[in-house]
Structures are given as structure tokens and as C-alpha cells.
Design a protein around this ligand. Structure first.
Ligand SMILES: C[S@@+](CC[C@H](N)C(=O)[O-])C[C@H]1O[C@@H](n2cnc3c(N)ncnc32)[C@H](O)[C@@H]1O
Ligand code: SF4
Length: 455
């Protein structure tokens, strides 16, 4: 193994400081995590440290293995959560709301890694907290294939690592595949099956969370994909696809086998649209039997869709929290963004949640077109009027993705990275950024107060 030299500053006799390379500060990039540790053990051992984590629990030549690489959310979100109000808010949710758990490096276990691990028995995991160290590591480790899942937020980091890497890189995910066209060592894959095919392995029977054994998070389960509604800002696939029961069952089994956590989040974009939603009752019984501490499900849906679900289903479905995309408590704004519900539906849904004893999490979007001090005040009043059943709030900054119709409707071009980031409040297209910042901070403060009510 080649030594890695680390830059060090030495003080010269004349008091001048010059950079030099020291042979004595050798950091072995392959000694990242002691062998056979799970992600959680490694993360606990290093805490919030800056060394990367290498989760390799099986022996075997790296050249015959593949590496699944994920950037720590701390690396990606330092700019996103720079507001102290936002940080305080998220910390208070995860400290106080029962069942809310997050891992050291992730808000949730990356599902793409679980699906890849299901197909690739010979896979290891690498968590990047430090990009320089990752660059050395990849070249030293000599894996047969290195995999990434690309998002707008990490695509440049992936490009940088691939550029400096002498091996083969495989990328799938949520950016245009053309992003990596000019990188000869990068191969794009659309599906896990395609990636498996390139390596001559079977696609696998579903997710496998073995690399994350014992990790306490809110596991994600999916019973359907897509949403039939047409909100102007949203890029969710319009076609609703129902997952077959056996696939859902395999997912439940995989979660129970390795992940900790007493809540399960339903990833269905508008829960209740797919006809299989009533299957949740059965899943509730099964999960409760396997894990007596199970507290229930979190589902996300619109007020209109929620109102269609019968009371008897809601009573024994195990649904504990309903997230509703309120966005703004103003009919003119809801109409202009083609939200299917209006404030009257929201009020009816909230009244029903109250009767059923289910907690409510409103999703609020900061910076929708047409918002004013008065419209924001109405949304704040709505939140305060319902503080008895609001667990906390999901706060999103309006992100104008390329594929979203709202971007064209607002006549915008040349947007920057912050404009497509749901965590950054200030946008290039805002006329009155202070107004939106004020509202965001009011919502964070309200959310913190609500989360603290749990303690
Ligand atoms: C799946 S929806 C929530 C449930 C349900 N489908 C609804 O819309 O009421 C996810 C939430 O993410 C937020 N969201 C989606 N796209 C967004 C965007 N482009 N910018 C900001 N927030 C967005 C919205 O608050 C939305 O309610
Ligand atoms: S209802 Fe929710 S998921 Fe469906 S289009 Fe609107 S924001 Fe997207």
C-alpha cells in the first residue's frame, strides 16, 4: 500500500510558517473502521467525527467486491441548515417527538443501498464525511465497482470523486443521466436490475439492511408510487402504481430483520390513492406482533384524500401521525398552485383527526407565489389554532425544479442551486426575501414549541 502524506504546517526558525509534507503524519485511508462493525457501531465509535466510515463485514478481495458510497448528510447540509432556528427546530423534533430517530449520518437509511445490498451479496458501504480522504481511499481500496445514487445536492461531489478515480464508477438516481456523459469511467444505470445485470448477479428479492443492522431510524415502507394530483410545484410521477403484496411483505420483513425504530413511515406520496391502502391494517397487526414497542405509522396525504378514508379503517390501521400538504392556509394560493384541497377540506380533516386521536403534521411551503404578510399571518393563525393536535411541522422552502410547471408559469430561467433546494429559504427569484425569512422563523419557532410539548 502506498503511504499517504498529509500536509502539515511547520514553523521555521525565523518564525515564518511554510507548508510542507510530513512523512510522519501518515494516515492510512484503508484503516477507516475496524472490521466487522455495523454502520451503527462505527458511527457511535466515531460520533460526529470527520473520518469516513468503511463498513466491510465480510472478508474478500476488494477487486471482487462492490462499494456503495453515500455522503453524510452533515457534509451536504451544512449550508442548508445554517439558520440557527432551523437547526434548533430539527434537533428538538428528534429529541422530543416519541419514535423520531435519526442516524449519525442520515435522516433515514438510504433505501438504494438496501436494494443494492439485496442484489449484491459482495457489497460494502462507505460513508463520506471527508471528501479528500474518500479520494485516497477509493484509489487505494481498488474495488471492482463503486456505486453512487445521484441527487442535485451531491452530483458535483460524485463528479469530483469520479474524476480522480482510476476505477469504474456506476451512478443511478434522480438527476439527468447526461450529467455524467463527459466522464468516461462513469456508467449510468436506470434500475438496480440493470446494475445487477452489468455484474452478472441476480437483481435480488428486495431490500437488505444488513449493513445497517441495529440502526434506530424511522424505516420507510412503500405500498404505492406516484400521485394522481397535479400540484404546480411537484415533480412526483403522475401515474399511481400499486406494489404487489409479496413485495410489501418482503420490505416489512427486511425492516424488522435489521432496523430499530418504533415508527414506520409510509413513502406513498398521497396515501389512500392506491386501492391497496387498507392492507395497512394487516401490516399493523404483523409489525405489532413482531415488535411490541411499535407505535404506528406516519402517512402523508392531502386533506381531500384523507376525508375519503373510512373511520373504521383509520381506527385500526395503526396510523399515528398524518402529514397533510397544507402548504398555505389561503384558498387563492392553493388554487393558483392547483392543490386539490381548500381550507374548508383542511378544517374538516383536522376536525376528524382530532376526533380520532391521530396527531397532525402540516407541511408548510415557504415562498409560494402570492404570499404576503397577511397570507402568512393566516397560515400562522391556523397553526396556532390547532396546536392541540399538531405534533410538529414539515417546513419546505419552495424549490423550482426543472421539471416543475410552476417554474415556467413564473417565467423563470437561470436558477441557482439554492433555488432547487427545499432546505434553503432565500431564493434568487424572491422579491421580498426578508418576508419569507420572517415567516420561516415563525414556523420554526412554532414547530420547536410544539415538539417541546412532547417532553
Ligand atoms: C408527497 S407531498 C405530501 C402529501 C400530499 N401528497 C400532499 O401534497 O398534500 C410532499 C410535500 O413536499 C413538499 N414539496 C413537494 N415538492 C416541493 C417543492 N418543489 N418545493 C417545496 N416543497 C415541496 C410539499 O410540502 C408537499 O406537501
Ligand atoms: S398532492 Fe402531493 S404528491 Fe400529489 S402532486 Fe400534490 S404535492 Fe405532489
Amino acid at each position: 500500500m502506498k503511504p499517504v502524506y498529509v500536509k502539515r504546517h511547520v514553523r521555521h526558525v525565523r518564525g515564518e510558517t511554510v507548508p510542507t509534507i510530513s512523512r510522519y503524519l501518515r494516515r492510512d485511508p484503508l484503516e477507516v473502521t475496524p472490521r466487522s462493525m455495523t454502520y451503527t457501531e462505527a458511527a457511535r465509535r466515531t460520533g460526529g467525527g470527520t473520518r469516513n466510515l468503511w463498513i466491510k463485514r465480510e472478508n474478500g478481495e476488494n477487486s471482487n467486491r462492490v462499494l456503495l458510497v453515500q455522503f453524510s448528510s452533515k457534509l451536504l447540509s451544512s449550508a442548508a441548515f445554517e439558520s440557527p432556528e432551523a437547526k434548533r427546530y430539527y434537533d428538538s423534533v428528534y429529541e422530543n417527538v416519541p419514535g423520531y430517530e435519526r442516524a449519525e449520518d442520515f435522516w433515514e437509511v438510504p433505501t438504494w443501498m438496501a436494494h443494492m445490498a439485496g442484489a449484491f451479496r459482495n457489497s460494502d458501504v462507505y460513508v463520506v464525511r471527508n471528501v479528500d480522504e474518500a479520494r485516497h481511499f477509493l484509489n487505494e481500496a481498488g474495488y471492482g465497482g463503486v456505486f453512487f445514487s445521484a441527487l442535485d445536492a451531491n452530483k458535483d461531489l460524485i463528479k469530483g470523486l469520479a474524476q480522480n478515480y482510476g476505477g469504474r464508477v456506476f451512478v443511478g438516481g434522480y438527476v439527468r443521466r447526461q450529467e455524467f456523459d463527459d466522464q468516461p469511467n462513469v456508467t449510468w444505470f436506470d434500475t438496480i436490475g440493470e446494475a445487477a445485470g452489468a455484474f452478472g448477479v441476480e437483481p435480488g428479492e428486495g431490500p437488505d439492511y444488513r449493513h445497517f443492522e441495529g440502526t434506530a431510524v424511522i424505516p420507510r415502507l412503500c405500498m404505492s408510487t406516484g400521485c394522481a394530483y397535479d400540484c404546480a410545484f411537484c415533480t412526483v410521477e403522475k401515474q399511481v402504481k400499486t406494489m404487489p403484496k409479496d413485495e410489501i411483505d418482503r420490505n416489512v420483513k427486511a425492516i424488522l430483520a435489521n432496523l430499530e425504530g418504533d415508527l414506520v413511515y409510509l413513502n406513498d406520496k398521497t396515501f389512500g390513492q392506491a386501492p391497496n391502502y387498507t392492507y395497512l391494517r394487516e401490516l399493523n397487526q404483523r409489525i405489532k406482533a413482531a415488535r411490541p414497542s411499535f407505535k404506528g405509522f406516519i402517512v402523508q396525504t392531502t386533506a381531500t384524500q384523507f376525508l375519503k378514508m373510512p373511520d373504521d379503517f383509520l381506527r385500526d390501521s395503526g396510523i399515528r401521525i398524518v402529514e397533510i400538504g397544507v402548504e398555505s392556509y389561503n384558498d387563492d394560493i392553493l388554487k393558483s398552485i392547483r392543490k386539490p384541497h381548500r381550507v374548508t377540506h383542511i378544517d374538516q380533516a383536522v376536525a376528524r383527526l382530532r376526533t380520532l386521536g391521530i396527531k397532525f403534521v402540516p407541511n408548510i411551503i415557504i415562498g409560494l407565489p402570492g404570499e404576503t404578510k397577511e397570507s402568512y399571518e393566516r397560515t400562522l393563525k391556523f397553526l396556532r389554532n390547532n396546536e392541540d393536535i399538531i405534533s410538529h411541522v414539515n417546513v419546505y422552502a419552495l424549490a423550482l425544479y426543472d421539471q416543475a410547471r410552476l417554474k415556467d408559469e413564473m417565467g423563470l430561467e437561470n436558477l441557482n442551486a439554492a433555488d432547487v433546494n427545499e432546505n434553503v429559504i432565500r431564493k434568487s427569484f424572491q422579491k421580498d426575501p426578508e418576508l419569507h425569512e420572517w415567516f420561516a422563523n415563525e414556523v420554526y419557532q412554532f414547530g420547536t414549541q410544539q415538539a417541546e410539548r412532547w417532553s
